[in-house]
Design a protein around this ligand. Structure first.
Ligand SMILES: O=C1C=CC(S(=O)(=O)O)=CC1(O)O
Ligand SMILES: [Ca+2]
Ligand SMILES: [Fe+2]
Length: 346
């Protein structure tokens, strides 16, 4: 049987922006702008275009009004305008729904783009051109709340982790870390194009659903201060998990839920992955430091709750249940499992 050669994939530079549907724009503005410190690049009564203090392009987060919370699309920036064409050819060859979005016809600030529903069922945009924006890196007078610096990563819920891994490997993503079972079955993976731990990560569960967007704060004290601010304002119910130190990525973290239930991670202090021979670090699913280095349990909602995603016509995508359920693995940090013997006795 003849094996058809796929065209070259687009050269993805980084995870660039997410477009979320929110049911109350002013309430979302309070959370993402006043509390997290995103800068408003443009706003009207139907949408907010936001960016972090370090970002030099139009936005890294779009919140648009809608009837129900959802992920409208994720977006990756590609290296050249020709890579937008490559994205169209590549995903067409995969048999995915593909739609060309001419400059000005799609998201404000973005030029010519291609939107697809990828093989994992996610709405994804590939673009190159994006409007430049004023440099805010040293405008300390404008910083507030979490002082969000930039979009760092997308975490997506998928029923088939190996399939997600293969799809992103084929797009040229490296793999920085994994969580694996005793027989090396894949429970989670972190994959990158920019030279840090990840642009995208996979959490096992019914999908396609969006688990969270990860936003980078300059230092751990912003992460702690964010939790304190939510506590001070009697808004502690927005805190879902953390603050803490991750095993995977070594990042310092705090997970919050916005007024629509969208999960966001305030994330800092991960590490460089840019050498060509960078090796994947593999965690065992029974290691109770993997998700929280101090062994703190992962709250059930973190594994189970996530945001629906839309197709290219704005309809919610049906979900498929997962092959593996990490939260069902009885380990110290994720359940009532046997507390492992001290390393010396193992
Ligand atoms: O960004 C991340 C880095 C690490 C982890 S984990 O909880 O340590 O697995 C989760 C995460 O994917 O949100
Ligand atoms: Ca809580
Ligand atoms: Fe994350």
């Amino acid at each position: 049987m003849e094996v058809t050669q796929l065209p070259a994939p687009p050269d993805v530079v980084r995870s660039a922006y997410a477009q979320l549907v929110v049911t109350d724009v002013p309430r979302a503005r309070w959370f993402w702008v006043d509390m997290l410190g995103f800068h408003v690049q443009y706003e009207d009564d139907r949408a907010l275009y936001l960016r972090g203090t370090d970002e030099l392009t139009h936005h890294s987060l779009v919140l648009r009004a809608g009837d129900a919370p959802a992920l409208d699309h994720l977006a990756y920036r590609v290296r050249t305008p020709e890579d937008v064409d490559r994205a169209e050819e590549y995903f067409t060859a995969l048999g995915c729904p593909v739609r060309r979005v001419p400059a000005g016809a799609g998201t404000r600030g973005i030029g010519e783009a291609v939107r697809v529903v990828d093989p994992l069922g996610f709405p994804v945009e590939f673009f190159h051109a994006i409007d430049r924006a004023e440099r805010l890196i040293q405008r300390y007078d404008l910083r507030r709340g979490a002082e969000v610096a930039r979009m760092d990563h997308f975490n997506i819920v998928v029923p088939d982790i190996p399939a997600a891994y293969e799809h992103y490997r084929a797009l040229g993503f490296g793999c920085s870390e994994t969580i694996e079972g005793d027989e090396h079955e894949l429970y989670a993976a972190w994959m990158f194009r920019k030279q840090t731990v990840h642009d995208v990560a996979f959490t096992s569960g019914a999908g396609p659903r969006m688990h969270h967007v990860g936003v980078f704060a300059p230092e751990a004290h912003q992460v702690l201060r964010t939790a304190d601010i939510f506590g001070s304002l009697r808004a502690e119910h927005h805190i879902e998990r953390g603050p803490g130190r991750h095993g995977v990525s070594n990042a310092f973290y705090l997970y919050l839920r916005d007024p629509d239930g969208h999960r966001v991670e305030i994330y800092t202090s991960d590490y460089y992955t840019g050498d060509p021979d960078h090796e994947t670090y593999r965690w065992n699913v029974h290691d109770d430091r993997r998700r929280d280095f101090w062994g703190n349990a992962v709250i059930e909602s973190w594994y189970k709750e996530a945001t629906p995603v839309l197709d290219l016509d704005g309809r919610p995508q049906p979900v498929v249940s997962a092959a593996l359920d990490e939260s069902a693995v009885q380990v110290g940090a994720d359940g009532l499992g046997i507390i492992p013997a001290p390393a010396a006795e193992r």
